[in-house]
Design a protein around this ligand. Structure first.
Ligand code: ADE
Length: 247
């Protein structure tokens, strides 16, 4: 998969690309990332990328020409046409389902806005707008990093298939609790069942605890989760049990 990130601040993403899961995916040849500086497409003497808003008001607006030229530089002649995403707080809320959808694409372009916003006419050069949450960042770079990370880890070959990293949210519920050594940490023992050696019991316990965590913390997720007959039975058991403290 090819990902191009269009930004006024490529330096913000260089370290992230190098140090994150993306770095590994690039080294193994599964993903190719390009950081494109939007300023390189501002052809006037001072390479201006923003201007005052028509109609007045505070703040600056990103000019359309450099942005659209930058988009065209990574899409022109490319087949199939890359999917262009604008990172904006006005976009549709990004979630795991959207990450899965984007991970199937061959080529993705993430455009980072800055200042008070971007000229509305740029929207017609994008396929969608995405927001990573109901808060306003100073620019789209952190949002693009979030999307690139969540998408890249779903591309086959980036994470080994059995990895637990793949599990949380995969079937719409949270991951259950995990433990490693020591067996007793400051008076808190690892649940007995995990050291029992009974793989089937461990599997059922893990599923139940994942369901419990989801029911307690994110009951909204349960409505859309893929639940089987065993899950429904476990949820019925959970309902009869007292709520654990400290979750
Ligand atoms: N740019 C500024 N805030 C943003 C957000 N919440 N999501 C995506 N892009 C943004």
């Amino acid at each position: 998969m090819r990902i191009a990130v269009l930004t006024l601040f490529p330096g913000m993403l260089e370290g992230f690309v190098r140090e994150s899961i993306l770095g590994r995916a690039i080294s193994s040849g599964v993903i190719d990332i390009r950081l494109v500086n939007i300023r390189d497409f501002a052809y006037d003497k001072h390479q201006v990328t923003d201007d005052y808003p028509y109609g007045g008001g505070a703040g600056m607006v990103m000019k359309p020409e450099p942005l659209v030229r930058a988009i065209e530089s990574v899409t022109a002649g490319v087949e199939p046409r890359p999917h262009v995403v604008l990172m904006t707080p006005q976009g549709r809320l990004f979630d795991q389902a959207r990450a899965k959808g984007l991970a199937r694409l061959e080529s993705l372009v993430l455009v980072c806005g800055h200042y008070e916003g971007i000229d509305e006419r740029v929207l017609s050069f994008a396929d969608e707008e995405l927001s990573i949450g109901n808060y306003v960042l100073t620019g789209g770079e952190l949002a693009a990093a979030v999307v690139a990370d969540a998408v890249a880890r779903l591309v086959p070959g980036v994470i080994s298939p059995g990895s637990s990293l793949l599990e949380s949210f995969q079937d719409g519920i949270l991951e259950g609790p995990q433990y490693t050594r020591p067996r007793d940490f400051r008076g808190m023992p690892v649940p007995e069942i995990l050291v029992s050696g009974d793989h089937e019991k461990v599997r059922v316990w893990r599923r139940k605890e994942a369901l419990r965590k989801t029911a307690l913390r994110r009951p909204d997720l349960l409505a859309g989760a893929k639940l089987g007959p065993e899950d429904l039975k476990l949820l019925a058991e959970i309902e009869k049990e007292p709520e654990p403290e400290g979750l």
